[in-house]
Structure formats: structure tokens, C-alpha cells
Design a binder for this molecule. Sequence first.
Ligand code: UD1
Ligand code: CA
Length: 465
Amino acid sequence: MALNVVIMAAGKGTRMHSATPKVLHKLAGRPLLQHVLDRVAPLAPVRCVVVTGHGAERVEQLVEKVVGGAGVCVRQEPQLGTGHAVQQTVPALDDAAETTLILNGDVPLIGSDTAAALAAAAGSQRLALLTVTLADATGYGRIVRDGESVRAIVEHKDATPEQRTIREVYTGMMAAPTALLKRWVMALTNDNAQREFYLTDIVAMAVADGVPVVATAAHDETEVLGVNSPAQLADLERRLQRRQAEALMNAGLRLMDPARFDLRGTLRHGRDVEIDVNCIFEGQVELGDEVRVGANCVIRNARIAAGAVIHPFTHIEGDGPGDKSVQVGASALVGPFARLRPGAVLGDEVHIGNFVEVKNSTLARGAKANHLAYLGDATVGARVNYGAGSITANYDGANKHRTVIGNDVHVGSNCVLVAPITIGDGATIGGGSTIAKDAPAGQLTVARAKQVSLAGWQRPKKSPK
Ligand code: UD1
Ligand code: CA
């Protein structure tokens, strides 16, 4: 069945009190509208038309970024209601697609299967409404039935006291035969309490035309919840996080507390992985078998191999896939309070301790930097011991330079390695050295003033007042 999809995203979102258009506010790290676009993708519509208005340029940029040429944006200015929004899409709808599905840009968790079922229920013959029964239906359009059959949707503001007792409501999502939809929306009027063109008025038109109107019930409330306020956004975030946490736990991931776990992207994990409380995972993260993550870690775009332990308060911040990501080798120990930046690649059994920052550097198997250190643009050999307080001076104020440290090197405490520089295999760098020239393999290199002791030296005395 060929399908058009319309996503209404022109509304202002007054109750968000924000300069950002409502549909660009983020849920689990992605804009609301991006969730809807992602959920539409499996339906493979021949046209995906997004109605923009408030913050149109920014919304259009997102559509371009997420679906590129597969999406069409039409502007609705001013915004005169949902019916008026769909009127704007009429020229963009493909007549060859027999069904048109209408979704909302601010209802992000609509299931792809529910949307597909709604479109299938409409086909080329019926008007299909997605409905839900709520304990409190205040504010929603009510489904008015005559026996079993749906007669109309009446907006809350236009409803009689008796109609307001109806708890079956319209979710804002529907599907209709394309040709009929076009005809109906062009015939809408704004003769109602809000002087708006209500899309919902097409229900009564369908009934008058003898076109069957069917109501499809949503699976659950969460998939039809819209975002109108910061509180609703936060509520939906918690629901989505709980869902994600449950799916991961069902696959064996051990979360110390699913209520204190946030995933803003995708997390792949092996067996016997344990995650303590208050961790945030962003982008694409992979955790191998038996990885343990301590409390309060933020981990973005990283691959952490089997048996590695990430101690509390560690910040891992890969910047996308590939060479901007962060990799941690098997059985490595990282943290507490470590920071791994883009391009940090740690081999197996590497140890990175507290207040150590690693950026765009490779550390071979068994290398250790346990305290208060910086490694930037460095290649570090196997079993290197990199002392407390040592840094690579990789930036000369204009360009970045590399530091190459051979295998089995021992860098003492408080050294400055001025790049570009190479330290040969097995070299030892004396503590407190500033090393600006290559240091040969196997030797001790020291670059600091010689220690002297002055016998008979006297401390100055306070002069009398
Ligand atoms: C709408 C339905 C109501 C339903 C409710 C579910 C109508 C007339 N009413 O009411 O029956 O119970 O959704 O949440 O459709 N939009 C535009 N252009 C406009 C107006 C709205 O693009 O001119 C977009 C909004 O950005 C939003 C969606 O359409 O994504 C729904 O608009 P909203 O104002 O929230 O409709 P409701 O009054 O809540
Ligand atoms: Ca609404």
C-alpha cells in the first residue's frame, strides 16, 4: 500500500516558554520530531510532508539532516488550526498513494506498528482515527458515537457537558484515503469556539458522505502522549528511559537502579555487564562481556572491551564513530575521575587513574598513567609507566605535535615532554625534567637544575622595628 505521511509541526508550543521550537526539544538526546521521523521510516512512505511554521528554518534543517530528499517541508503561516495545516500539504500529497497518514511532531513515541495499522485500517475506503481512553480527558477531542459507529469528534471547548463525560478521545493521529482527505480539508470552515480550522471536522464530513469511520485503539498511553510543557517532556523522558532500561535488563544487562540510568543513543552489551547508578550513555556505546561501570559516569561514543572496569565519575567523550571515538582495551582500569577524549585508544590492561586526561593518543598493552597527567597526541608503548603530574606539551600555540614514547619507558613525576619528541624504548626520564630533545633508548635522561646544598647558610632574621 503506497502511503503519504503528514507530520504537523508548525505549532508554537507556548507552554514550553522556550526560544526553541517545541518539536526540537530533546527526548533521550534526540529532537521530538526526529523520533517521529525515525518511527515513520519503516513505513517507507512515498511522500513525507512536514508542516512547519514556528521556527520553520530550524525545523526544516532538522528534516533535511534526518531524511534529506525523502522529506518535503511546507510552511503554514499563520497557523490557523490543524485543518489549515493539512490544507497546506494538499499540493504536496502524491495522488498515487491511496492513503495519507497524519501524525504529530510533538507525539514522539508513536509505534511504527500502530502507525502502520492505522494506515491499513484506512486503506482507500475508510477514515481511521487513533483513539485512547483516558481517566481524565480534559482538553482532548471527544469521540462521539452513535451506538458502535463514530459520528464526530467534538473539541473539548465546543463540547456539551454531557459530551465532556466521554473518556474515549482522539489522539491527534488519523489516516484517510488521499483523494477524500484532500476534498474534505479544502471544505473545512472555522465556525467554532476557537475560530480555527479543525481537522477533526472531517469526521462528520465522512459520516455525511457515507464513508465508514473506524477507531483504532492505541497499544498504550505512552505512545500517544504529546509534549506541551517541560513537565510533560520530563515525564515522557522517564517513561522512555524506563522502557529502554527494561529492554536492556531483559537482555541481561545488570542495572543497579533502572530509575537512575539514562541512555541517549544506543547501548550494545555483552554478558555479565554491570552498571552502577547515575550513569549516562550517549551516542553509540559498546560494552564487552563483564565490563563494570561505576557510579556517575558519562560515556559517549565508546567501545569498551571485555573485563574493563570504569571506576566512578569517569567522563568518556568520544565524538562520533571511527577515529573520533574512544576505545578501551580488555581488562583495562579507568578512573575514578578520569577523562578520555576523542581518539583515546587504550590497549588491553592499560591503567588510567584519577585526574588523568587522554586525547587523541594510543596506549599499548599494559601502559599506566595512574595520577594527575595529560597525554595528548601521543603514541605510548607497551608497559610504559607515565608518572604523576607529567604532561605532553603538544600545542605550540599554533600547531599540534606528536609525542612518541617507546616500549617499557619510565617517565618520572612532573615531566614536560615538549612535542614533537621521541623517547626511545626502555628510556627513563628523571622526575621534574622538561624534555625538548629526543631521549635515547635505554638511558636515563634528566633535564633539571643540579641539586645543591649550602652548608652554613642562614635563614634571614626579622629586622627589629
Ligand atoms: C488536537 C485535536 C484534538 C486531539 C488533540 C490530541 C484538532 C482540532 N484537535 O487538539 O481532537 O484530542 O489534538 O493531542 O485537531 N498544528 C499545526 N498548525 C496549526 C495548529 C496545530 O501544525 O495551525 C500542529 C501542532 O504543532 C501540533 C498538532 O498540530 O503538533 C496538534 O495541535 P494542537 O494545537 O496541540 O491541537 P489540540 O488543540 O491539542
Ligand atoms: Ca496538543
